[in-house]
Design a protein. Sequence first.
Length: 116
Amino acid sequence: QVQLVESGGGLVQAGGSLRLSCAASGQTFDYLGWFRQAPGEEREILAVIMWNTGRTSVTDSVASRFSISRANAGRAVYLQMNRLKPDDTAVYYCAAGMDGGGYRFWGHGTQVTVSS
């Protein structure tokens, strides 16, 4: 099992920044991703980091504003979000998985609200 706990969400004005954290514990995993889900919308993937190589990928729609990184020590992963827009309002989740197994482990999410 992998336990994931997100933090760092909150209320921010449009144009502001937030850094979300995902603290991981338990068994090892191969990759960790950040997702978000707005009310009435499908969940969408934002970014992923491959744990062994550190290679990252960010969805094109947010790539100019969001970035993913991990702590130098420990198993924390961050989502840096800049120039936030009201459309970024959503619950943000981190999830981890193993090769061939998909995202099996999910955190409970952290709310991000961007006011105009």
